[in-house]
Design a protein around this ligand. Structure first.
Ligand SMILES: Nc1ncnc2c1ncn2[C@@H]1O[C@H](COP(=O)(O)OP(=O)(O)O)[C@@H](O)[C@H]1O
Ligand SMILES: [Mg+2]
Length: 262
C-alpha cells in the first residue's frame, strides 16, 4: 500500500500564483479525477508534483509514503515511483522508447532480465495499445500525432508500473478505440494486473504479484472515466479545490458546467 499526500501546496510561475493551497491524498488502487475550467491550475499541479523546474513551490508539502519529497528533483521523484504523462508530451530525438525503458529498468533488474522483460512486455503492450512499430524505433514522440504520443506515453506507463501516475489529459487526441484500450490498460495497472491478466480479462486477487498503482487523472470528459472509474473527483478552480465528491460529481459537471462552483 502506498500513499501520496499533497498538503497545503502553493506554487507560482513567473510571479503568477497558480496553486493557492491544494490538499489531496491518493492511495494505491485509487483513481482520483481532477476537473476544472481552462487555466484552473490542473497542469500546473501535475507538473509541480514531478518537480518541473519552471515552478516555485512557496508553501506546503508533497509526501510519498510519509517521506517529504516536496523539493526532490524530477529524476528523484521518478525513481521513487512517480510518473507524469504531460498534456503535451515532448519529443525526444535520439532516444527510442526501448532505450529509455531499458535505461530506467536496468537500475533495478539484472541486464538479462530487464532486456528480455522489457522487449517482450513492451511489444505486447505496444500491440495492445496500437502503438505503431515505427514509433518504437525512432526518437520518442518525434513526428507523432497527439493521439500517437498519448499511446506511446501510456506504453511507458504500463511497462514502468510506477507507484503513482499523474495523467494530464490522457484522453485528448485519442480516437474512441484507442481511448478504450488506453483507459482499460491503466485500469489494469490500478487493479494490479499484468499484460496476461489484461488479455484474459481475469479478475486478480488484491494481494497479487504486482503493486496496484494510484492514479490522478486530469480530464474534461466523462467518457474516459467509464473505463477508468474515479473513486474521488475534485474540481479545481483558480488554484484551489472548490469541491470534492464521488463519481456522481462528473455527471453534475456535464449537466451544468462549472458555474455553480466558481
Ligand atoms: N509561464 C507562465 N507565466 C504566467 N502564467 C502562466 C505561465 N504558465 C501558465 N500560466 C498560467 O497559469 C494558470 C494555470 O495554467 P494551467 O495549470 O496550465 O491550467 P489548466 O491545466 O487547468 O488549464 C493559467 O492562468 C496560465 O495562463
Ligand atoms: Mg492543462
Amino acid at each position: 500500500m502506498s500513499l501520496l499526500q499533497v498538503i497545503g501546496l502553493q506554487a507560482e510561475i513567473d510571479g503568477k500564483k497558480v496553486l493557492k493551497g491544494i490538499d489531496i491524498e491518493v492511495e494505491s488502487g485509487e483513481v482520483h479525477a481532477l476537473m476544472g475550467p481552462n487555466g484552473a491550475g490542473k497542469s500546473s499541479l501535475a507538473n509541480i508534483l514531478l518537480g518541473h523546474y519552471r515552478y516555485q513551490i512557496t508553501a506546503g508539502q508533497i509526501l510519498l509514503d510519509g517521506e517529504d519529497i516536496t523539493y526532490a528533483t524530477t529524476s528523484e521523484k521518478a525513481a521513487k515511483g512517480l510518473f507524469l504523462l504531460q498534456q503535451e508530451p515532448p519529443e525526444l530525438p535520439g532516444v527510442t522508447v526501448g532505450d529509455l525503458l531499458h535505461a530506467i529498468k536496468e537500475k533495478s533488474l539484472s541486464y538479462e532480465d530487464s532486456f528480455q522483460g522489457i522487449t517482450d512486455e513492451t511489444k505486447s503492450y505496444a500491440d495492445y495499445l496500437g502503438v505503431n512499430q515505427a514509433l518504437l524505433t525512432r526518437g520518442i514522440n518525434v513526428g507523432a500525432s497527439g493521439g500517437e504520443k498519448k499511446r506511446v506515453e501510456s506504453l511507458q506507463l504500463a511497462v514502468l508500473r510506477p507507484k503513482f501516475a499523474i495523467l494530464d489529459e490522457l484522453d485528448s487526441g485519442l480516437d474512441v478505440d484507442a481511448l478504450k484500450k488506453v483507459a482499460t490498460a491503466v485500469k489494469g495497472l490500478v487493479d494490479g494486473k499484468d499484460y496476461q491478466d489484461l488479455q484474459s480479462g481475469a479478475d486478480i486477487a488484491p494481494d497479487g504479484p504486482h503493486r496496484q498503482i494510484g492514479v490522478m487523472i486530469v480530464t474534461h470528459y466523462q467518457r474516459i472515466l467509464e473505463y477508468l472509474p474515479a473513486d474521488r473527483v475534485h474540481i479545481l478552480a483558480d488554484g484551489k479545490i472548490v469541491a470534492s465528491g464521488d463519481a456522481s460529481l462528473v455527471g453534475e459537471i456535464e449537466k451544468v458546467g462549472y458555474k455553480s462552483w466558481l
